[in-house]
Design a protein around this ligand. Structure first.
Ligand SMILES: [Zn+2]
Length: 379
């Protein structure tokens, strides 16, 4: 009996055991740069809102909007009130609008050189609600959305100081994570965030690198072939993915002019001259091209396949898992599978797993094997 219980306990521990994870320095609040290097912006709300400046001056606006303009020295509200930076603006209902977009939490305005940065301060959980619909599709199943919420929160906590020199943590573009504020939240995504509150992926006691992509077409990639990582973590070394076949982008074809490829490579700094042939050189375990050999008027160059894709056109050449590269009527015809760099979680695969009844824990364990799901203890 004892043995049976012990085995059951072992089984669940191995599946995923939730520990408390103390994220170093992570408070519950995060600062997001939403309007950068600006001269002015408009703050607004549907109910009352308050502007407080660093000298303690307080303005109460019952509702409506006010334009804040900066001339490099002083900031004024509505052309009437001069204020001292930094300035804090809060809505009475925990919502504040900046340039017609709604945000949870509040905003601060800070000088940055001769310009201002508008920063949204809110809880990491509320921030994740504003990120999820931009990183995943709100219409996907709940388990795929929960997996994506954990991925996003893990990235957030691992990158808290990315923009500290500018007075905030993360920006709201693809440079960090695309963030749409309360304006773009979706009920399904908010539910996924609430269900997974505080949960992050760790490996060896540190936050995992939760890289993801659209569609791996059967096997995820080791980042050493993509970004030349020297010590790829074991959980990113690549897995066989059974769940994304048949999804959009699993097969694609694009024909590019010889001249187009030549121009793109030259503007990326490769002095190829007129490109005569493009060949795959070596394949990874995931079936992608390791390198590309280009023959041209200037001789032969061999380059990393992923760099080739970025240099030529990452939208047209959706991946470097080429089935063939052939020359036809002065064009190179690329036939390939999947979409993206293929490292980490495959989003269409995660959707497929959720549709097949798998849980978000199973999804995360599948794409990031041997990582742990832990609950963050915010300070
Ligand atoms: Zn896949």
């Amino acid at each position: 009996m004892r043995t049976k219980k012990f085995f059951l306990a072992m089984f669940f521990c191995n599946l995923f055991f939730s520990y408390a994870y103390c994220a170093a320095g992570a408070g519950e609040e995060i600062k997001i740069g939403i309007i950068l290097n600006a001269d002015s912006f408009t703050a607004a709300n549907v109910s009352e809102f308050y502007i407080t400046d660093s000298a303690g001056k307080k303005l109460k606006l019952t509702k409506g909007k006010v334009r804040l303009s900066y001339d490099g020295k002083t900031i004024s509200a509505g052309g009437k009130y001069s204020l001292s930076l930094p300035v804090e603006i809060r809505g009475g209902n925990n919502i504040i609008f900046a340039d017609k977009k709604a945000y949870r939490g509040y905003i601060t305005v800070r000088a940055y050189g001769k310009k201002i940065n508008v920063i949204n301060v809110l809880s990491i959980e509320d921030y994740t609600k504003g990120v999820l619909p931009k990183e995943a599709s709100a219409s996907w199943n709940m388990e795929a959305l929960k997996a994506q919420a954990v991925i996003s929160r893990t990235y957030t906590l691992a990158n808290l100081n990315k923009h500290s020199s500018q007075g905030f943590d993360l920006c709201s573009t693809t440079h960090c994570q695309v963030y749409g504020g309360a304006q773009e939240e979706a009920l399904s995504c908010n539910t996924a965030v609430v269900y997974t509150k505080g949960e992050v992926l760790t490996y060896g006691g540190k936050l995992a690198q939760t890289v993801f992509h659209a569609n791996c077409a059967g096997h995820t990639e080791d980042p050493k072939y993509v970004w030349g990582w020297k010590d790829s973590p074991a959980y990113l070394s690549g897995i066989k993915c059974k769940y994304c076949a048949g999804s959009p982008h699993s097969r694609w074809e694009t024909a590019l002019d010889e001249d187009f490829i030549t121009k793109k490579l030259e503007s990326a700094g490769y002095k190829t001259g007129s490109v005569k042939s493009v060949k795959i050189k070596g394949k990874t375990k995931a079936g992608s091209a390791k390198e590309i050999e280009i023959k041209s008027a200037n001789g032969t160059i061999v380059m990393n396949a992923y760099k080739f894709r970025l240099a030529v056109d990452a939208w047209k050449i959706k991946s470097v898992t080429f089935e063939s590269i052939k020359k036809r009527d002065g064009k190179f015809v690329f036939k390939g599978k999947g979409w993206g760099h293929k490292v980490g979680l495959c989003q269409w695969g995660a959707k497929g797993m959720g549709d097949a009844g798998k849980s978000y824990k199973q999804i995360l364990e599948y794409y990031y094997p041997k990582t742990k799901l832990e609950k963050t203890e915010y300070k």
